[in-house]
Design a protein around this ligand. Sequence first.
Ligand code: AMP
Length: 350
Amino acid sequence: MARKAGKVIITTIATLGSHCSLQVLKGAKDEGFRTLLISEKKRLGLYKRFGFIDEIIEVDSFSEILGEKCQQRLKKVNAILIPHGTLISQMKSSDIEKIDTPIFGNKWILRWEADRELKEKLMREAGLRTPRAVRSKDDISSLCIVKLHGAAGGRGYYLAWNRESFEEGARQLIEQKAIRGENDLYIQEFIRGVPVYLQYFYSPVTGSLELLGIDRRYESDIDGLGRIPAKEQLSTDVEPSYNVIGNLPLVLRESLLDEVYKMGESFVRAAEHLVPPGMPGPFCLEGVYDSEGRFTTFEFSARIVAGTNLYLDGSPYSGLLYDEPMSMGRRIAREVKIANKKGKLGKVVT
Ligand code: AMP
């Protein structure tokens, strides 16, 4: 990292070409940073279209980020790496922890996002209402959702209501080579209601939590099943899937917002306690509101989520906090800028 008047400073914001990279680098450019994208060769055509990307490092696979060439270049341009879902889904936690380049946020908490047991532990510590985890297929007594480990964007998830339906789903995933065996699956109580994704940003520099947006996912084909009338659904073998295709904007009833802030604050405190230095930067609580307006958190993401791509020009919530368009990507860059200026990079980088 460069030194200016005795202080370490970041001059380039870098990320992997996927997920929310356009938003992140656009926000970085708007805040006056140089921008760098690590892109797979097959995606170069897309990313070369955008003038706000100053430099592209071409790779055959994202794992090359661990290699000398990438690390040297990132170091030379005083870069910080913004982690997102693609980094988590394509690299092992132990490899992410080995990356030399400073990572925005807490790289140690990414392991807690990828591991179901740790994930549950952190959500419980935060006092969040969570779905019951079903430890054995013999304990399935009501509708359950069966999940794969890691950030798979809902791919491979299926519903089970007894041992047989669990085994049938597992058999299909094994056949597709999506899993090695039933032990790769995680069973959770299915919560009835509407899914909601709460997008937060916590600044350890100012000590404040911001709600910057809310979305819901648009998943195939669960969100398309309503287009098939009941008669046809019953006469064909319809099995829903939860593959994320995009995101839709959402605003909540204002009476729910106070609890939204309290849940976010509890999560930040729990992260500080269990995984120092805690939860600097963007994170998302993901869950379902039931018919009583109660929120059950089924997941969290300990980094920027792709649903923030909706709000490149700000959201109904960021507009309450900022008098300028504030995307999550831009908010990250703003935090780096403030930390640079105050000599507090140590608080936002691991
Ligand atoms: P995820 O990748 O874990 O965020 O989940 C993908 C999708 O699965 C969500 O958007 C929900 O539609 C659904 N989902 C996940 N967990 C649950 C749950 N416990 N109850 C109901 N729906 C769930």
